[in-house]
Design a protein around this ligand. Structure first.
Ligand SMILES: Nc1ncnc2c1ncn2[C@@H]1O[C@H](COP(=O)(O)OP(=O)(O)OP(=O)(O)O)[C@@H](O)[C@H]1O
Ligand SMILES: [Mg+2]
Length: 248
């Protein structure tokens, strides 16, 4: 099983990249995939183009408030696990787990505690875990992304965004996260950067995601990327680079 995370400053294309990775894995039979939306303002479902499942926060909330009568022979934890498995099931070759919004830090802690507990077991069912993180750096200290085989950091070709990428790199070391490899992806959307070799980056640029009119249009119209044409440039860029990692 391989765990892939995407982090980066707000609006740099984390969700877009995570989605393209999921699409690439599915189309090339690297299944099953568990997609995790760890952004409280989640939109991974929309970017994929599927109906958002009930979030982990909602499920925990409902079960702990005794909204359901728990079937006999099951304890609360087992029932919770059952509800989570029910919620995350998609029919496109992947499952989608949405962390959800919390009222306060307490519940997120509880959710993360739960995730930790069930994650190991849950993850064993998948060949790939793809984690879309929220902007900022806080999530890196949460247990959900402590262990990753691969962390993509997205940045736009501007100073603030690249500094942010640098800080994320430093933070992974300071927090002693277990991350196999960190790769920087430069997303040039909205920028007319013919070459970016002169931009100083904290890490070598693994690849550059060009501006993609189709992705932009789909995002404006709330259309997902699961059925992106096979010849989509962005899809091809992501898959050709991901392939290098999967089959070195
Ligand atoms: N290469 C690209 N070409 C065209 N549009 C893009 C590209 N990358 C991102 N976008 C668009 O830019 C917007 C922001 O991208 P995205 O949501 O992926 O960023 P994010 O880092 O996940 O943002 P947030 O921090 O809010 O979660 C979206 O509307 C997305 O469709
Ligand atoms: Mg996002």
């Amino acid at each position: 099983m391989m765990r892939i995370g995407v982090a980066g400053k707000g609006g740099t294309g984390k969700t877009t990249l995570a989605t393209l990775i999921i699409v690439a894995l599915l189309r090339n039979n690297h299944r099953p995939v568990l997609a995790i939306d760890a952004d409280p303002n989640s939109n991974l479902a929309e970017t994929l183009g599927v109906v958002a499942p009930k979030s982990l926060v909602e499920i925990v909330d409902e079960v702990t408030r005794n909204k359901y009568s728990i079937p006999s022979g099951m304890d609360k934890t087992q029932y919770l696990e059952f509800q989570i498995r029910e919620a995350i099931t998609e029919d496109e070759g992947f499952d989608l787990l949405v962390m959800g919004k919390t009222e306060g830090p307490g519940c997120y802690c509880y959710c993360n505690h739960l995730l930790r507990e069930h994650m190991e077991r849950l993850q064993r069912n998948y060949a790939f875990i793809v984690l879309d993180n929220e902007a900022g750096l806080e999530h890196l200290s949460r247990r959900t992304s402590r262990q990753l085989d691969l962390l993509f950091i997205t940045a736009l070709p501007d100073r603030v965004s690249l500094l942010s990428a640098q800080r994320i790199c430093e933070m992974t070391e300071r927090l002693e996260l277990e991350i196999g490899e960190i790769k920087l992806v430069l997303n040039q959307y909205g920028k007319n950067f013919p070459q970016c070799s002169y931009v100083s980056t904290p890490l070598p640029v693994f690849f550059t995601l060009p501006f993609d009119e189709e992705i932009w249009q789909r995002s404006l119209n709330g259309k997902g990327l699961l059925d992106l044409p096979e010849d989509s440039n962005s899809y091809q860029v992501v898959w050709s680079n991901l392939k290098k990692i999967l089959t070195p």
